[in-house]
Design a protein around this ligand. Sequence first.
Ligand code: AMP
Length: 520
Amino acid sequence: MTENPNDQEKALAKLRERELDDQAKADTKRAQLEQAEAHDLAKARAIEQAQHRFRAIKGTRDILPPNSAVWNWFEDTAREVFEAYNFGEIRLPIFEQTELFARSIGLQADAINKEMYSFEDRGSDVIVKRSDGGLIVIEVKESLRLRDNEMRAQLEDLLARVERSSGLAAMAEPVTLRPEATASVARAYIEHNMQALPGNTKLYYMGPMFRRERPQKGRYRQFYQIGAEVLGQSDAPAIDAEVLEMLLVFFNRAGLTRTTLCINSIGDKNCRPQYVELLRQELQRVKDQLGADSQRRIETNPLRVLDSKVPSEQPIIEKLPRISDHLCDDCRAHFAKLKDELNLRGIQYEENWRLVRGLDYYTRTTFEVIAEGLGSQNAVCGGGRYDGLVELLGGPPTKGIGFAIGTDRSILSIEETGNAPAPDGLSVYVAWMGLASYPTAVWITRKLRDAGLTVELPPEEMKFKKSLGLADKLGARYALILGEDEVASRTFTLKRLADAEQKKLTEAELLEYLESERRR
Ligand code: AMP
């Protein structure tokens, strides 16, 4: 029996339909599989990421509560003391042109140069360096900001053409995270024309500094300093003495009591060069007995040899000529007057002829404060006169003196001697129970906080026992119990957690009681 051609066509169409159907099903399945795989991959990545624990970079650290309260107290005490001496706070940028530090700290200062965190800032300004070393700054218009790679490529092309046609060299602006702040203060003094202000300019600052040093206890890559500077026309020894008095009053008030102040004079441009030359000659004579660092410094910076802590070099250094025997008359008189001024103020000090600063703009007074219990990193403050710095940075002839306190080490020392103040901690924990009491809990919490008390309000309802347990664990002094009874009778139950003594109080009584407790 021959099949009807129509039936055959129908059968073929059906077959094709089924094939297409199967194909579609297979496609859907593949898509689902791919989706599932992608999902698994994303999940695997998320797990991997979650397992990768970020950590603070080597040499940096977090300062957590309650320790941060000691930091705040230390800084507040500095503000209080410095302001009593009529110093005003200057808030400085964290980064500056590399050139500022290169010039002030000196490229030859071996440590600082390799220790600086520098980078090229491809910001809106482009620096063009002339063949004579001078810099031209081209400001890139807002519309030309390097929003995407195309624009960046266009600008780079433009700069390349400028370079080719003019012999100029284009570069991004080199900037550096500040390794110290005196250079920034001097820069700000010049920039804001502070020499026109009446009297001496007395500034203090506080904040992080950055040096790529080998981290150890008391030495970090991001560390904190509190500093003060006096800039102006006078270099009277009374200024140096007052700065030292302020420093020691602050240390005393901050509980940093077991300290030693060391002072020295390193002369000025009239007498120091001869001394440095004499020192160099003497060092040449004993060169073979010195280590590699000191040998190198004989040429680059002989004064720095006096800083050496290498044990085998100590007997040699002790026999070297001392600057105190080579000061000119003016420097000798300045140092003698400084000591008189310190005596007048009842300030104890030790003279240390090896306390030097290797840079040319430092003059006369140098000092350092050493604290007990810090091991090898025991200097908590360094400072001195820098009468040549402002001029070196392009400003008018200006005298200057200042210091920088290492906050990290000072706090370590205060904590090690047990002189850190105990933090106030949590006063009241509001143990509310039942949703009806919640509005009263919110409102009384606000009132107590407005009165200056530290109060914790649990965000969710808890069982009574659990709530009081948490109050205990948080170290609260009181639990304010607030349940339906209290709301109904418009009272509060205050429980002293140390001895479980309980009182029922009205709102006015509660506020009065807690405030009187706070004042005690
Ligand atoms: P300087 O600016 O080098 O004269 O240092 C002044 C003070 O800052 C020192 O006496 C230290 O207390 C502190 N200090 C300097 N460098 C560091 C550092 N890397 N980590 C912690 N404190 C530092």
